[in-house]
Every structure is written in structure tokens, then in C-alpha cells.
Design a protein around this ligand. Sequence first.
Ligand SMILES: [Zn+2]
Length: 433
Amino acid sequence: MNKSRVLFLVFIFSFTFAFSQEEVIYEEHSHVKTRCGFNHTNKDITKKSLEEFSTEVKKYTARKKSLKISDEGILILPVVVHVIHNGDAVGQNENITEARVQSQITVLNQDYRRMFDTNGFNTNPVGADVEIQFQLVTTDPNGNPTNGIDRVNYGLEDFKTFSEIDKMKEATIWDPNNYINIWTVNVTDTQTEEFHGYLGIAQFPVMSDLGGIENENNPAETDGVLIDWKAFGSSDLAGGEYYVSYDKGRTTTHEMGHFLGLLHVFQGEFCGGSGDYCDDTPVQSTSSNSCLLAKDSCPSLPGVDMVENYMDYTYDSCMNVFTQDQKDRIWTVLDVSPRRKSLKNTNAFDQIIPEEDITIEFHDSNSNTEQVVIYIKNVNDARVTIYSIYGELVYDKKIVPLRTTIDTSYFDSGIYIINVEAGKNTKILKFIR
Ligand SMILES: [Zn+2]
């Protein structure tokens, strides 16, 4: 596609989507890429619902501040990275190395923690340590150990449509209540009217506890963040092929911002409207595509454009700011949004066993339990306790996998409660002796 055709499409899109400014930001050889697909993937979210969402978030944050409810220190969020490839060996093309995945996690933590002596540090007066960190999970949805990287040979060379992407996500997603799903894929270089070669795409949080964004626009089956593999990870920390200027891992920092409820700093209607609903990011009418620190797209309004904000479109090397209001917005979303707040209580760092892997059998004689037999699978720290109906502990023992038999024939007559705790599961039953 030639440049004038691309610019024509940009022109069309800027009128098609009420609050979007699409920019083709990268053209080199055959690559034509668009920084972020947020406004396309979330185009069904109306301006009105976005406003309601943001107004509710602001109200909640103000209420929280007035009640002096503190946030709970540093929060660790669970991440699984699905590396989607089409049969390449590990380390070849889009089947990226573990070191490259780790480099991306490192960048996320440097950026969200505003870590001193890293690219994520800033001295901006409104710059904030968001106080959240990201970690690859240790337990997969079946309770088995994992390194947090899920490699999938999906058999597709590149992704060219949203429906291809959604189908792949639905086939590979891990429970979005427990995991932040990140997919790395090969996004097509070809731009069409329906689909650009995005560097990253994120799904916005739902707000069913408050007004605003409707659930059907953000289904659970596709929730997460998708990144073109050449924009994933940092060339400072891991080798491999990267896009020039988008090689420091900031595409993922930006898309994770959307996933946690942030909007573009240039959202809104040019210099009017509510912008990104954060008071400490100056109103900005257009996205920034280079590192021009003195850019001021709304000269009649206070402040120059905050081009170093992660939620703008600048080069990776120019970004280093999340603001205090952006942090408050993220923490509010983590308090109220259904598939975000559950991440705080994830079991993705523990080995879990499914409930059906605990079986309790009662071997009776004349309706009296003479023997209890417990079967458990695949867990090393299980415990059984038995209480009388009056709360008296009569049996307490650690048990090992497979079969455990407890002789209850010597128990006094009465009603008993048995608890079997295995991994994160507890099974409680009553029996009569
Ligand atoms: Zn974006």
C-alpha cells in the first residue's frame, strides 16, 4: 500500500470513530504498522458509556480518598504469556525466547514501579509509582506447575482480521478471573480498511458493578492484551528482531494501561471534551509520534502535551510517565471491575487441585460409619480434620496422596464433620457414628 492510500485511510478513520485518531506510525520496507488498536477493537463502546464509566471511576476514587481507604501496598498481578506460532523452533521468528518474555515483564515492572535507575524512572512532579507489579504465574488452570509461558503452534502464519484473533484467543485463553492473558502473535503487515497491522490491542475492563461499559462489548472469552511479537520485550535485555523505535517494551506497557482502564492522553474531542478523565495530564488534541517534548497541541489550555506519558504514541525511548490520576484510576478499576478485582485473589501462584480430585467414602455398618476412606490426587500438603458436632477436634492429621483410611469405629456415637484440605480446595462433609 502506498503512503497516500494509507493517509487516505487515516483520514477516513478519523471521521468514522468518534473519539479516535488513527495514525500509521511505522513504515519500513514492507511493514506498515499502527501503534494501537484500542479505538478499533473498542469501537462498540459508545462515547456515552465511556463517559459514564469515567465519571463513576472518578466518583469512586473521590469517595475512597474522602474515607481515607488506603490501597493495599504493592500488588502482584498474575501474567500468562501465550506465544502463538506456526511451528517455528523456540527462539525462531514469533516463537520468541523465554529471555525475551522475561525482558517484557522486567520492563512492565520498571515502568509501573517508576524504578530508579531504569528507563521507567522520571522526575515529573505528577509522575507516580503505580505500585503494581507483574509476575509470570507458576500454576496453570489444571493446577500443574508452569513457567507462565504457554507456547501454542496455532498453524497460522499471521493474523489479518479481528475474527481470526478472537477465535485464537477463545481457543487459548486461561481463566481471565485468575490470569492476565497476554498473547504474542505475528500481526499482518498489510493494512485493510477493517484491520490495520497493529503493534498492540487491549480489551477495556467491564464495570458491571457501576454504570457504564456493557459486558457484551468486552466478553470474558477474549479478555487480555495482544502484542505483535516484534514490539514485545526489550532489545536492551534480550536479542532478536524488533521494530525500530518500538523495541523497548512500551507497547505492552501502553496496552496494559488500557487493560487496567486508562485512555489515550489525546482521547476526547480535539481540545474540547473530557480528554482522558485525568486532571493531571494536559489536554492534548492529537497523538505524538516522535519525541518532541515542547509539543503543545492545545496552546490556549494549560500545559504542553505530556508526550512522555505511556498513553501517548511516542517512540518507546521517550516514554516514562504514569501520573497520580492515572494510578488512582487503575486502582479504582482493580477495586470494582469484575475480571480485574479477582486478579488480586488469584490462585495462579499456588498449585491447586480440582475438587473432583478429592473423594471421601464412608464405609457404614447399620448406618454407622466404621471407616472413612479419602482419595486425593497430585497434592503434597493435604490435611484432614474431624470435629464433633460440638466443635471438639477429634482427629487432625497430614495425609499423603492417593488413599488414606481412618478407623472411626472407636469414636463415640454422634454426628461428626470431616474437613479435607488439599491445595486450595476444602471438602467438608457430615457423617454419623
Ligand atoms: Zn492505545
